[in-house]
Design a protein around this ligand. Sequence first.
Ligand SMILES: Nc1ncnc2c1ncn2[C@@H]1O[C@H](COP(=O)(O)OP(=O)(O)OP(=O)(O)O)[C@@H](O)[C@H]1O
Ligand SMILES: [Mg+2]
Length: 588
Amino acid sequence: MSIRRLPSELVNRIAAGEVVERPASAVKELVENALDAGASAVSVRLSAGGLDLIEVTDDGCGMAPDEMRLALERHATSKLPGDRIETVVSFGFRGEALPSIASVARLTLESRVRGADGWRLTVDHGEAAGEGPASLPPGTRVRVEGLFDKVPARRKFLRSPRAEYAASLDAVRRLAMARSDVAFSLEHDGRKILSVQPSDTPTRVAALLDRELERHGLGIDCVRDGLRLAGVTSLPTFNRGMADHQYLFVNNRPVKDRLLVGALRAAYRDLLARDRHPVAALFVEVPADELDINVHPAKTEVRFRDPAAVRGLIVGGLRSALDEAGHRSAAREQFAAAVNWQAEPVTPVSPPVDALTTLFETQSEPASAVMERTAQFAAPMGRAEAARPISPEAPRYPLGVARGQVAATYIVAEAEDGLVIVDQHAAHERLVLERMRRANDGGEVARQTLLLPEVVELDELDCDRLEAASAELNELGLEMERFGPSAMLVRATPAPLGKTDVKALLADLAAELAELGTALALRDRLDHVAATMACHGSVRAGRVLSVAEMNALLREMEVTPHSGQCNHGRPTWVKLANADIEKLFGRR
Ligand SMILES: Nc1ncnc2c1ncn2[C@@H]1O[C@H](COP(=O)(O)OP(=O)(O)OP(=O)(O)O)[C@@H](O)[C@H]1O
Ligand SMILES: [Mg+2]
């Protein structure tokens, strides 16, 4: 690796601006450098959120002393061998990071190339502050102390050490997800925060975000029009109250892009309530000429030549993975943990002592008589059928064969590998919605033509957005056209919405188009109507079902997409594996 000074015409093309805004930006740059140097292990140490100390150590290729001096000059880089920024595959390409950090802190660079001796070089706020031999294993260690100490204007805008630490953790997490083949560790104020060994991507993502994701995540891998999408996304039943665990990588570079938020919303549209969010780490690969990586001073944003294609790839890819997951639900095994099942009743209905005595004394009585007697203090809610061997066809049914109903609300079924409990109302509601949707699939949504077309005034940009989306909206039953620079003329509205406030609908749609680049509002409303109708038309909790009805419901769930969760993202069924039942009874 040889470092060169970039020619000035190239320097001028590089996105200018502040490289180091806060400790997390320095952490990100230093870890990226370690990865670019071919490290197989990177360790990060922080004190006081990185304000007192940031230290990044790697076992990469290292630098010779004269390379170290050059590395601290502006626009000196080993990563742009040609003049095409577009084709760069390394994280860095500008030769900006080290000198920028060194200009606002005291930076000590120690490095050693394999087979040579180590060297140390210190720069204090842009001024050389000594150098000399250093002893360290092959690789590089960069120490940054007192960041922004002498830059009050910057320091003033920093948040608490806690918040700065959180931002650094996020930066390390993103890079550790992007490079699951590299070991990472992070220490803050002497506490070990994370430590991960090389693994595959799904394992790494789960280790960094949530271990549960290994069981409740779906692997994605698809190709469309030369673009590839891979990664992990959560089953709808495994969701969060915040959209904070959603990560996008483009050509393996962690990026932040609103496009991801919109695409995830669209993909989980009818599977999650609006205030619940999936967990996802998605890796998009696009040809280098489809992408501009040189648009942001911190390299955290990219520009797609065709954002709609990328959005389509994500929505389509996730949607088909979710469709395939079919009736799976995150809660399926959630309840498998023995702790979630009570080994003893919490509040046992305690019969009067004399009743108990009578019960035990009359063991020789016929069972029916005992049952009758016990009924007075613990009325059974369930309807159980007599025990019988599992039917020979049961192995074919993942949700099992219905055995009975509990509290007139839950179906209890026996599957080959465990005990299944189904919430009959939630499940049926979902089935009805999916049925209605299939019926709609064939054609367009029915529309209701307005007696008098309605003119809705909006600002010009909103009109542009609505006009651009009008073909899509037309399919959903909303017929409109441009009416001068700042108004739309609405001719028909979707019939299922009934009488509706057209102006409010258009305003919602325009806002959503601006924010997400997609018109979810109308689909959401239509879904909401369908869901409400589904809710009214479905089996209520409290209705007694026959065994045949229960089995029919189970069979339909098995073949219906998304039957694993209700319309609000809650599970419709849970399973307790036979092995776990055995554990509960201490047989294992
Ligand atoms: N940990 C490291 N191991 C080996 N070489 C390094 C390391 N960190 C920096 N370098 C060398 O120093 C050069 C300058 O690093 P710097 O981060 O300033 O710029 P860059 O990575 O080339 O581009 P960018 O500004 O986009 O990060 C790199 O090109 C690389 O050759
Ligand atoms: Mg760099």
